[in-house]
Design a protein around this ligand. Structure first.
Ligand code: UT7
Length: 325
């Protein structure tokens, strides 16, 4: 019987570059308190957000992805000609076809890219990194551009104080490329569709509905074990982790998970991403954006061991250990 050639697998995959983009308009808690029944104090205390960014009317997921993606390619020291594939993790495109990735590839100048969108909501970026890392290791693509981008304000009812204070817009990107050593650990991932009701958009005329407390309880109890498992799968002790970059859902959730990691061996000086304070909750964009901001601020450096974990609608979750480029 004839068997078929397999692509030439490579030794490992790694993150080669990082970039992000935030829209210009800043909306503060005070701005929101002018138009709905909320307060700066409530939002800071319950969610930890102070400011968030909101995209312009004519600025979409594709526009933001192009800017973040271009920066990540430059940061990797590559050109668009070096990129073979594009994944856009997003759940907020205005329509389902065409996808974002093919448009992003063409606008960046990447020819004939393998291009697809991936929807795992707030876990989307980690799902996409896992997918790209495996494709690169398998040998089908040498360099993959992985973007998390959301225009959540399009899908958030601006009078709904339970969601309008949280969700924001932005994009973050990485280049996942082939390496002689492996610097992206195996993914710990999964889902629980029995809780799909708790974050949903019912149809194209609806807005995000979130049962905040149910999601909060799930996130504060179920996500830390995923992060711990990701470290185990990578063969990394929690004490070796320099940076914890969880999805920026709520500062109280972030602190609760970080506390649990420290109880399980993570260092007291573990750097924890708190980008939500100035950026809000940007779903699949939140992790790469947080990392890019932390690196620009000099809080993390090249070579740092980063533990990422995404979680949200689905319910879906995914985490892995990566080395900071
Ligand atoms: O990113 C995807 C994953 N998503 C998440 O992880 C989100 C998880 N959930 C959360 O972050 C929190 O549940 C929220 C931030 C969404 C809400 O915070 P909470 O502490 O769970 O508040 P709550 O919904 O239990 O509401 C407490 C009270 C209620 O008033 P009563 O019934 O106690 O009188 C709400 O009506 O706060 C009220 N409230 C507000 N008050 C001022 C709700 N939203 C607001 C608001 N401003 N914006």
């Amino acid at each position: 019987m004839t068997t078929f050639r397999a692509p030439q697998a490579v030794a490992g995959s790694r993150i080669l570059g990082l970039g992000s983009y935030q829209p210009e308009t800043v909306v503060s808690n005070h701005d929101l308190a002018q138009r709905m029944d909320t307060s700066d104090e409530w939002i800071r205390e319950r969610v930890g957000i102070v400011n968030r960014r909101v995209a312009a009317k004519d600025e979409g997921v594709v526009d933001m992805s192009v800017i973040a993606g271009t920066k990540a390619i430059e940061d990797a020291g590559l050109t668009p000609a070096d990129i073979g594939g594009v994944i856009v993790a997003t759940c907020t495109m205005p329509s389902t076809i065409p996808n974002a990735a093919a448009q992003v590839a063409t606008r960046i100048g990447i020819q004939a890219a393998a291009a697809f969108d991936l929807n795992a909501a707030c876990a989307g970026f980690c799902y996409a990194v896992a997918t790209a890392a495996d494709i690169v290791r398998g040998g089908s693509v040498r360099n993959f551009l992985v973007i998390g981008a959301e225009k959540l304000t399009d899908w958030t009812h601006q009078d709904d104080r339970s969601t309008a204070i949280i969700f924001a817009d932005g994009a973050g990107a990485v280049v996942v490329g082939a390496g002689d050593t492996n610097e992206i650990g195996p993914v710990a991932w999964g889902s629980d569709g029995s809780m799909s009701e708790v974050i949903r958009i019912d149809d194209r005329d609806s807005f995000i509905h979130q049962e905040g407390q149910a999601v909060f309880r799930w996130a504060t109890t179920q996500v830390a074990p995923v992060a711990i498992r990701a470290a185990e799968l990578a063969g990394v002790e929690l004490s070796d982790v320099d940076v914890f970059a969880p999805h920026q859902a709520n500062l109280r959730i972030i602190e609760a998970i970080a506390k649990r990691l420290r109880k399980n061996g993570a260092r007291e000086d573990l750097k924890v991403a708190r980008d939500i304070v100035e950026s809000g909750n940007t779903s699949s964009a939140s992790i790469p954006m947080a990392l890019d901001h932390m690196r620009s601020a000099g809080e993390i450096s090249s070579g740092d061991v980063v533990l990422m974990v995404g979680f949200g609608a689905g319910l879906s979750y995914a985490g892995q250990v990566v080395r900071c480029p």
